[in-house]
Design a protein around this ligand. Structure first.
Ligand code: ATP
Ligand code: MG
Length: 388
């Protein structure tokens, strides 16, 4: 097994799950399997007493670590050494980890030890002291700093002894697939992929729907949405993106309604179309990237108009986020650079100079019904394009 490495993964939040715990653990295991199966068919995954272990060929490390950095449902992970639960072996493994971190230029460390096997002859505290001494005796460049160490060498005494350093923080959250499926309204902008990601972090599977107005919007705008869906999907165990040409609906709105209302009416039509699609593909809610008062169409009154015709819950995970925080999240998940590419979204095309700010839902519905959009919406939905 010389050319194999082992990674130890810590599940997040599952301790809170009571009776559901087993099913959450099973979903997380199958998500790990699905993610890693694409990398190598020889990867082994094991789950015992609260830890997942991945054993895989050493040369696949980079791919595996990239996959783990996108895995929702783990609080942390690290490549680990495994040895027998014998004091001398554990100390030797700590020295080996010490050499590894010293080669990375690290100067200060501490030991953190925990035992689920209480029959191990040293207490956690004694083990910390002995391991700290062993490491500093062997490597003169390394010093213990209990309060502010550059790295931590961790020891876990379980069915075997596990020794690791350089623990990576996981994304946290609940395993995707434990909270039903939602339909994300995905524009080409910054906000909607972040909204989808946040719901995936609550365990929701995500499908997405994108409306475009080709030929008024460019092919590039559509490609941009596909790319953004691809990145969002890399966290969500994949995504089905439904692409809808909404040009006729949009033209009808433009021709037949007061200019100030066009954006709100378009949003109402998108919601109605998205709800129809969601019911077909068994999504239990709609998800949008709306944030209170970010733009005119997102005042509380206009949000009420937007959702006034549909029954499914509309989830807006960013409702209380300011733009800077959303941008930070978009940068973290890697969608930001694509979102800021300057291709028109269909909403920008006919956006009025002086939009209604505090629309009344009754007035909105009266205007909406006069547009007689149902047939056009059904036609648009009937000609969808789907990208996995
Ligand atoms: P940004 O605000 O960064 O331009 P955005 O995606 O939030 O991007 P908004 O104009 O604020 O764009 O739209 C509000 C929400 O409406 C979006 O988050 C998205 O959920 C939905 N939406 C807007 N345009 C589209 C579209 N073309 N297709 C699907 N959903 C859309
Ligand atoms: Mg927005």
């Amino acid at each position: 097994m010389n050319n194999f490495s082992t990674w130890l993964l810590k599940p997040a939040e599952l301790t809170l799950k009571g009776d559901n715990k087993k099913s959450f653990e099973g979903t997380l295991k199958s998500n790990i399997q699905r993610l890693l199966a694409k990398i190598d068919s020889h990867i082994k995954i094991r789950f015992t007493s609260g830890r997942y272990y991945i054993q895989a060929p050493q040369e696949k490390s980079e791919l595996i670590e990239d996959a783990l950095s996108r895995l929702i449902g783990i609080s942390g992970w690290a490549k680990t050494l495994i040895c027998e639960k014998i004091k001398e072996d554990v100390l030797a493994a700590c020295v080996e980890e010490g050499k590894k971190i010293a080669r990375q230029g690290i100067k200060t460390f501490k030991i953190d030890a925990r035992r689920t096997d209480k029959s191990f002859p040293l207490s956690s505290y004694e083990l910390c002291c002995e391991a700290g001494n062993a490491v500093t005796n062997a490597i003169c460049d390394l010093k213990v700093d209990i309060h502010n160490p550059q790295d931590i060498i961790r020891i876990e005494i379980r069915e075997k002894a596990f020794v690791y350093s350089g623990e990576h923080k996981g994304l946290g959250g609940l395993p995707v697939g434990t909270a039903g499926k939602g339909l994300l309204l995905l524009s080409g902008g910054i906000d909607s992929p972040v909204a989808g990601f946040l719901m995936a972090c609550r365990g929701m599977s995500i499908d997405a729907i994108h409306f475009h107005a080709y030929p008024y919007t460019s092919q590039e705008a559509k490609q941009k949405a596909i790319q953004i869906a691809g990145i969002t999907g890399s966290y969500c165990m994949g995504i089905h993106l439904y692409i809808i040409n909404f040009t006729k609906v949009q033209m009808r709105i433009k021709e037949r309604s007061p200019q100030a209302w066009t954006t709100v009416l378009l949003r109402m039509a998108m919601m109605e179309a998205a709800e129809k699609a969601a019911n077909k593909i068994k999504c239990k809610c709609l998800i949008t990237g709306e944030s209170l008062s970010q733009v005119a169409s997102q005042t509380i009154e206009n949000l009420s108009c937007t959702q006034s015709r549909i029954k499914l819950p509309v989830i807006r995970p960013l409702i209380g986020f300011d733009k800077q925080s959303i941008i930070k999240e978009a940068q973290r998940i890697g969608t930001y650079d694509i979102s800021i590419q300057p291709f028109d979204d269909c909403c920008m095309l006919f956006s009025p100079q002086h939009p209604v700010l505090h629309g009344n839902p009754q007035e909105a519905n009266k205007l909406y019904e006069a547009l007689d959009l149902e047939e056009l919406i059904n036609e648009a939905l009937g000609e969808y394009e789907m990208v996995k």
